[in-house]
Ligand binder design. Structure first.
Ligand SMILES: C[S@@+](CC[C@H](N)C(=O)[O-])C[C@H]1O[C@@H](n2cnc3c(N)ncnc32)[C@H](O)[C@@H]1O
Length: 255
């Protein structure tokens, strides 16, 4: 059995190893020179990690030394840490960071939703911008946003406070039932797509639509692929389990 260590924990272990190596054999150098050596060692230890970790590993110790020498009040660091934590802490488990859908995505979605009343869910609704833009274009819809990161959720909640037809909830989409929605939209990352699609096909009703911004579902071709603001929107139409469809593992049908 192989032990799978998360990348962030590995990076931390490499930093600690570099710190120990440099401070056990510490030459009589300045703190900054030592931190450069520490950065180099940490970067070398991290060579087998994804490439973007290497500059981070190299810069970490020198930046700590520089930050200490500039003499900024430590409370600023605490404040920055808390704010970043409230936005990004869940990324360690969800592997989905915050980035926002533009207006073009909202217009494309608004155009593809059939006329008449509908209910739409934005899974991982971020700061609620997509729901706001869609709500202006299709005011007859009802909108539900669910967001796991506390600060973006709070921002979205305050932004849509008192607006009828918009509900913003704090929590994980994994715990909600998707059966009431006519349209489910997700802009997440490659990581959760397989599990999310299993949930979608189990819970969403025939005739409803699932749209994923930018991320495909491995092995399940979309029924339609649209372009919006330089991004691809993958769309699956949910059909009854017996009907041949992409959403149930068969051939895709025209939209
Ligand atoms: C790329 S952003 C998309 C924001 C918004 N939907 C938009 O399109 O502008 C993805 C968001 O999903 C949230 N998220 C990730 N996993 C989640 C989960 N299991 N439940 C709820 N939100 C989640 C993240 O915190 C992040 O804010």
């Amino acid at each position: 059995m192989t032990l799978k260590i998360p990348a962030a924990s590995k990076a931390l272990l490499f930093q600690l190893a570099a710190f120990l190596a440099v401070h056990v054999f510490a030459p009589a150098w300045s703190n900054f020179a030592l931190s450069l050596l520490e950065g180099m060692l940490a970067a070398v230890f991290s060579l087998r990690m994804e490439r973007w970790w290497i500059p981070i590993q190299f810069c970490f110790a020198p930046f700590v030394v520089l930050a200490l020498e500039i003499g900024i009040d430590p409370l600023w660091y605490l404040a920055a840490f808390l704010i970043l934590g409230l936005v990004y802490w869940n990324v360690m488990t969800t592997r989905v960071p915050l980035y926002l859908s533009g207006r073009e995505v909202a217009s494309t979605l608004a155009a593809l939703i059939p006329d008449g009343p509908f209910e739409l869910a934005d899974l991982g609704s971020g700061t609620g911008g997509l729901i706001g833009n869609l709500g202006r274009l299709r005011p007859e819809g009802r909108y539900f946003g669910i967001e796991i990161a506390p600060l973006p959720f709070l921002f979205g909640r305050i932004r849509h406070l008192g607006k009828s037809g918009i509900e913003m909830k704090w929590g994980s989409y994994e715990r909600i039932d998707l059966s009431r929605f006519d349209v489910v939209y997700a802009f997440l990352s490659p990581y959760p797509m397989q599990d999310l699609f299993t949930k979608v096909t189990k819970e969403m009703k025939p005739g409803s639509i699932f749209v994923s911004n930018s991320f495909e579902v491995p092995g399940i071709p979309a029924d339609e692929i649209l372009e919006a603001g330089g991004r691809k929107l993958y769309l699956w139409r949910i059909r009854p389990p017996s009907a041949p469809s992409a959403a149930h593992g068969g051939d895709s049908l025209p939209g």
